[in-house]
Write a protein that binds this ligand. Structure first.
Ligand SMILES: [Zn+2]
Ligand SMILES: [Zn+2]
Length: 181
């Protein structure tokens, strides 16, 4: 079902709107889309995308306004834990027969394919750098341990190396003062 209907759920026939037989067309539906992703997050192609739009006549075509809701999945940018979250987008777009592809979408054979506007809007709303929690400690760059779960000793030993010269001096002065006592 997912494959057979993958795009038809998003195509709205707008002939009655263009002929002025109706004032508006309200679309409340859901469907699945692929390729909604950035380098770190995506809306999976088996995750429902729920949308609620009103289509009206514009100057040269059809104006589409409404809201889209779905769920993104990805990984924490520091510790790579799998994450999920809600994604929501509002759109106000224009479909015309001869679109400026920078700002408009194609109105073809009295059909509006909402999938184009939905995909673009959701991609813009995907998190670019999600975190599992604001103070995620991330993975240790030395041993790879998840520092949220098992604090490793790597940073402590690095610290010892950096300050080893100072530590020797301090050890030495301790010895001196012990002698004095
Ligand atoms: Zn994390
Ligand atoms: Zn480590």
């Amino acid at each position: 079902m997912k494959n057979s209907g993958i795009n038809s759920a998003f195509v709205v026939k707008v002939g009655s709107l263009l002929n002025r037989h109706v004032e508006e067309i309200v679309v409340e539906s859901r469907g699945f889309l692929s390729e909604i992703e950035n380098s770190i997050c995506k809306v999976r192609d088996d995750t429902p995308i729920i949308f609620n739009f009103t289509l009206e006549n514009g100057a040269n075509g059809v104006v589409v306004r409404g809201k889209i809701v779905s769920t993104w999945e990805g990984t924490c940018r520091r510790c790579l834990t799998r994450l999920k979250g809600n994604i929501e987008a509002q759109i106000g777009e224009i479909y015309v027969p001869d679109p400026d592809i920078e700002t408009e979408y194609l109105l073809e054979n009295e059909n509006v394919d909402l999938s184009f506007a939905i995909r673009d809007a959701l991609i813009l709303e995907l998190p670019l750098a999600p975190l599992c929690k604001i103070d995620c400690l991330g993975l240790c760059s030395v041993c790879g341990a998840d520092r949220n779960e098992s604090p490793c000793q790597c940073y402590e030993s690095q610290g010892r190396d950096e300050f080893s010269a100072l530590k020797i001096l301090l050890d030495h002065s301790d010895t001196e003062s012990e002698k004095a006592n």
